[in-house]
Design a protein around this ligand. Structure first.
Ligand code: ADP
Length: 384
C-alpha cells in the first residue's frame, strides 16, 4: 500500500489535529477524526465522527475505518485503546504510555524508577495526608497538581507550605494530588523527541518558554534557547532517555526546568505534538507534524535542524471578550517580514482560550525577539 493510501484516525480534532492534517496535505494523506461537531479540524478531515473523546463506541468506529490511530489530547478513553492495541491495532503512541501520562503521579513514579531527574515529590490521596507529606518536602513552596484531568495549568496550584500548614482550609484540591518541590526562578525548556517503529530517534532544537504569569500559559517561545550548548546537549539527552525508557513511538514533548545551578528536572511529557513545537512548521526543515505523519505511515524521520532563529506567540482569548470575536492588529503584523499567522478556526472565544499562534523568523534571536515584542504590542481582540 502506498503510504498516501493509508487512513489515519485522530482522536481529537483541535488545532493540533488541524496542523497534523495540514502537514499531510502535500502527501494526500487521508484522516478521519473523532470530536464534537464544532471541532476546528473538521473541514480538513475526510470524515468527521461526531462524538466525545470518552465514547468507547465512537473510538471503536474510528478504529474500524483507519489503518493507524493517534491522538492529539491526553484526556481520552484509555480502556478501549488498550483493548484495541491488544487485538493488534496500531496506536501511536501506545496506550501503555498514555496510561502513565494521564496520571501525573504515575508519571513522577516512572521518572523516579528510571532515574530520570525530576523534583522530589510526595503523593497525597486526600486532604488528611497533606500535612505529613508537605513536611517531607524541602523548600518553602510546593507545586500541587491534580493527578488526573489537569491541562494548560488548570489543576496546578503553586502554594506556600506555611499557608497550608497554618490553615487547612487553604488546601486547594480534595482529590488525589502530586506535591512536588518548587524550582525557584526556573527556566522552562522543552525538547521535542520523535521516535519511529524502527527505533530511529531524534530531537528538535531546544525551546525556551516564557510564561504569562497570570494565565500560566506560554506567552513567548524561542528557539534556539538561550542556553549553553553543553546544557542543550544535556537537555536533549535527558529527553531522549525519557522516550527510550518508555519505549515510545511517536512525537513527544519533554518539558523541563533548568535551575540556577544548571540542574535539569523533567516536569512532564506530552505524548503528541505540542504548543512548544508550533514554530517547527516554518522554522525547521521538518516540522513536528510532518515528523508524526512520517512515523504514522512508517517513513524515515526527517531532519529537524532549525533553518533560522524563531519565536512563537500564542493568540489567547482576551479577558474581556466572550463569544464572537475579531482578532485585531493583523494588518500591521502581516506587514512584517518572516511572520506567519495560524488561526485555529474556533468560532467562539473565551478568556485565555488558545485561538491561534504567530511564528516569527529572523536572522538573529535579537531580531526575532524585537519583532515578537512588536506583535505582542499591536495584537488584540474585539468583541463582535
Ligand atoms: P500542565 O500540565 O497543566 O501544563 P504543569 O505541570 O506543566 O501543568 O505546570 C504548569 C506550570 O506551573 C509550569 O509550566 C510551571 O510554570 C509551573 N510549575 C509546575 N511545577 C513546578 C515546579 N515543580 N517548580 C516550579 N514551577 C512549576
Amino acid at each position: 500500500m502506498l503510504p498516501s493510501q493509508k487512513t489515519i484516525g485522530i482522536i481529537g480534532g483541535g488545532q493540533l489535529g488541524k496542523m497534523l492534517m495540514e502537514a499531510g496535505k502535500p502527501w494526500n494523506l487521508k484522516y478521519h477524526i473523532l470530536d464534537t461537531a464544532d471541532a476546528p479540524a473538521s473541514a480538513l478531515a475526510s470524515k468527521h465522527i461526531v462524538g466525545g473523546l470518552m465514547d468507547a463506541d465512537k473510538i471503536l468506529e474510528l478504529a474500524s475505518e483507519c489503518d493507524v490511530i493517534t491522538y492529539e489530547i491526553e484526556h481520552i478513553h484509555l480502556g478501549v485503546l488498550k483493548e484495541l492495541e491488544a487485538k493488534g491495532k496500531i496506536i501511536i503512541p501506545s496506550p501503555k504510555i498514555l496510561e502513565i501520562i494521564q496520571d501525573k503521579g504515575l508519571q513522577k513514579l516512572f521518572f523516579k524508577q528510571h532515574n530520570i531527574p525530576t523534583t522530589d515529590f510526595e503523593l497525597a490521596e486526600n486532604q488528611s495526608e497533606w500535612t505529613d507529606k508537605l513536611q517531607k518536602l524541602k523548600g518553602d513552596k510546593v507545586a500541587a497538581k491534580l493527578r488526573k484531568g489537569g491541562y494548560d495549568g488548570k489543576g496546578v496550584e503553586l502554594i506556600v507550605k506555611k499557608d497550608i500548614l497554618e490553615d487547612y482550609n487553604k488546601i486547594p484540591f480534595s482529590e488525589s494530588v502530586v506535591l512536588e518541590e518548587f524550582v525557584e526562578n526556573a527556566i522552562e525548556l522543552s525538547v521535542i523527541v520523535a521516535r519511529n517503529s524502527k527505533g530511529e530517534i531524534c530531537t528538535f532544537p531546544t525551546v525556551e518558554m516564557e510564561f504569562d504569569p497570570k494565565a500560566n500559559l506560554v506567552e513567548f517561545l524561542f528557539s534556539p534557547a538561550n542556553i549553553d550548548s553543553k546544557i542543550e546537549e544535556k537537555a536533549k539527552n535527558i529527553a531522549k532517555e525519557c522516550i527510550l525508557k518508555m519505549q515510545g513511538i511517536g512525537v513527544f514533548a519533554v518539558e523541563m526546568f533548568l535551575d540556577k545551578n544548571n540542574e535539569i528536572f523533567v516536569n512532564e511529557i506530552a505524548p503528541r505534538p505540542h504548543n512548544s513545537g508550533h514554530h517547527t512548521i516554518e522554522a525547521c526543515y521538518t516540522s513536528q507534524y510532518e515528523q508524526l505523519n512520517r512515523i504514522l505511515i512508517d517513513l524515515p524521520l526527517g531532519n529537524t535542524d532549525l533553518i533560522c532563529p524563531s519565536a512563537m506567540l500564542n493568540l489567547l482569548g482576551a479577558e474581556d471578550v466572550n463569544g464572537a470575536y475579531e482578532i485585531t492588529g493583523l494588518d500591521t503584523i502581516l506587514s512584517l517580514k518572516g511572520v506567519y499567522i495560524h488561526l485555529y478556526n474556533k468560532s467562539i472565544t473565551k478568556p485565555k482560550r488558545k485561538m491561534g499562534h504567530i511564528t516569527v523568523l529572523g536572522e538573529s534571536i535579537e531580531e526575532v525577539k524585537q519583532k515578537a515584542a512588536k506583535i505582542k504590542a499591536v495584537q488584540g481582540m474585539k468583541q463582535l
